[in-house]
Design a protein around this ligand. Structure first.
Ligand SMILES: O=P(O)(O)OC[C@H]1O[C@H](OP(=O)(O)OP(=O)(O)O)[C@H](O)[C@@H]1O
Ligand code: HPA
Length: 178
């Protein structure tokens, strides 16, 4: 598996430092409320478990699974809910946790839905942000790292469902795509 990686984009140490920094910010910003952390499956699972351990105040957690990509590496712009929340968001302060923000299509649809369900506030935490790919005007308040427009894998992010269990984030060698 590691042999398929051509270069590393974020090391384990850099990911840990990003989780600590974001955890501190969230701890300070959510002192007076118990936010509902919503992890977007499946990519955010590794980031969410590390991030919430760095938040030093009460939080609750739930998950949603939506699909925006159908095969390949490009977004089709369609979003389908595969698994919904088990918790009501009405009146709640929601923190959406994502592994990567690209076109913004996925988060835009989720935010629309949670707003319709009367969440009190909705903020986004994303480990990675690819601003150059944005199609929808959406910004994350909490960003781990801005990266260029390259397809990355690892630490939750997959290529054809593989590489999610890499402890770091990297670029695949060209030959892996062939
Ligand atoms: O900003 P966007 O262009 O919408 O792209 C970002 C979304 O794409 C990926 O999810 P994916 O649908 O690949 O599911 P996965 O997390 O299960 O791999 C990623 O985890 C984000 O949810
Ligand atoms: O760069 C990426 N890698 C893996 N999955 C993704 N989903 C959106 N962008 C990416």
């Amino acid at each position: 598996m590691h042999n398929d990686i051509g270069s590393i984009v974020l090391t384990e140490e850099q990911i840990k430092a990003a989780c600590q920094r974001l955890g501190k910010q969230l701890t300070a910003d959510y002192q007076h409320t118990v936010p509902l952390c919503v992890g977007i499956l499946k990519g955010s699972v590794l980031f969410m478990t590390d991030l919430i351990k760095e938040i030093d105040t009460h939080v609750e957690m739930d998950f949603m699974d939506v699909s925006s990509y159908h095969g390949g590496m490009e977004s089709t712009g369609e979003v389908k809910i595969l698994k919904d929340l088990g918790t009501s968001v009405e009146g709640r302060d929601v923190i959406i946790i994502e592994d990567i923000l690209e076109t913004g299509t996925t988060l835009n649809s989720i935010i629309d839905l949670l707003s319709y369900r009367k969440a009190n506030s909705i903020e986004i935490v994303t480990l990675l942000d690819k601003p150059s790919k944005r199609k929808v005007d959406i910004q994350a308040k909490y960003v781990g790292e801005k990266i260029p427009d390259d397809f990355v894998v690892g630490y939750g992010l997959d290529y054809q469902e593989k590489y999610r269990n890499l402890p770091y984030i990297g670029l695949l060698k060209e030959e892996v795509y062939r």
